[in-house]
Design a protein around this ligand. Sequence first.
Ligand code: NAD
Length: 384
Amino acid sequence: MRAGYGAVVAGLGGALPRLANASPLASDLLASGASPADAEKSPTAERKAGWAIVGLGKYATQQIIPAFADSKRSKLVALVSGSPDKARALADQNGVDPKNVYSYQNFDAIRDNPAVDIVYIILPNSLHAEYTVRGAKAGKHIISEKPMATSVKDCQTMIDACQAANRKLMIGYRAQYEPFNLKAIEMARGKQLGTLKLITADHGRHLDPGDPADQWRMKKDLAGGGSLMDIGIYNLNAARYLTGEEPIELSAMLHSTPGDPRFREVEENASFTLRFPSGVIANCTSSYSYQDVKRYRVFGTDAWLDLDPATEYYEHRMKIGHKDRQEEIKIKEESQFARQMDHFSECVLDNKPVKTPGEEGLRDVRLMMAIYEAARTGKTVKLS
Ligand code: NAD
């Protein structure tokens, strides 16, 4: 076995030592019962950034809110929802002050709430831009779910709004904070597989019109597109983070089953191929018509690396295929959601650069638009 196999990956998104000269956030001290004057004075108080969640749907309630229990630098302090009853019940369950529950209409009043440092937008895709702009104008740092937005223009608007307000912007690319994916990046880029040649990546799920979370996914104005925008983005982001390169050309095909009402507005299946400057080719597929598939395989001249599932919430499995043997790599699972949140809290608390900023989200949206263009025209798209 090679050195480093099986090791627990050091926490990129985990807690880092506090900077000696960093001042505590007012929100943390105020929420802990200190007076505003104490908040100014007390540099030794434990510091956690205060988070507001916008949109209390499936991902927010099933993955993100429970992950605050595993986080070290992040604390849930506010909720924004169109359903007052749901919000009140969740606030009660999670120790959120009922005064810190907002509607979509009065969301802008969050500017007057010093307990909130960070706003996390977990709404349908086309709404990310509006709430990012409103949150930044309210003086809050923003994390938006993937895909960042449904157009390049909206992505740029989000970046500009955060820049103008001098606020940080992050995109929720949780896989880039997840230990198995970090190990895969280390091995792929560190030549532990030899010279990289090819990547295959597939993401599929069954789109269920009976599930409220899937109803907006069938509408182009809210989702922006179909399986590509929703889950094909994981292939695209993985091909980029595994190689550390940006593609120079791509080709693509789409297909939707004729007559299937789920696919009147958005595509069912997408297949696309990326070529990278080093010569690596990535062949990627996404579908809304098979059961859960979330995998990639990286082929190098010495070995292949298989992560299946690769972008699941839990229970990832990594295998390495050498010339004469295969081995499974065991890594300690950690909450990628908590690691992602703690990374952003650290960036805000200690004024550090964001690992997956708005520009990273913009790159993927720009590439997805090029994938749609390649599919529409049947031509390879050259990328600058
Ligand atoms: P969801 O439908 O369960 O949640 C969306 C929430 O937005 C709901 O509470 C809904 O009431 C609210 N909403 C506000 N305005 C709305 C409108 N006009 N139409 C429809 N809903 C509206 O969806 P979800 O699966 O939680 O996805 C939300 C976002 O999170 C999407 O951007 C999705 O891509 C992203 N997501 C990311 C991951 C991940 O692993 N990173 C996983 C799932 C979803």
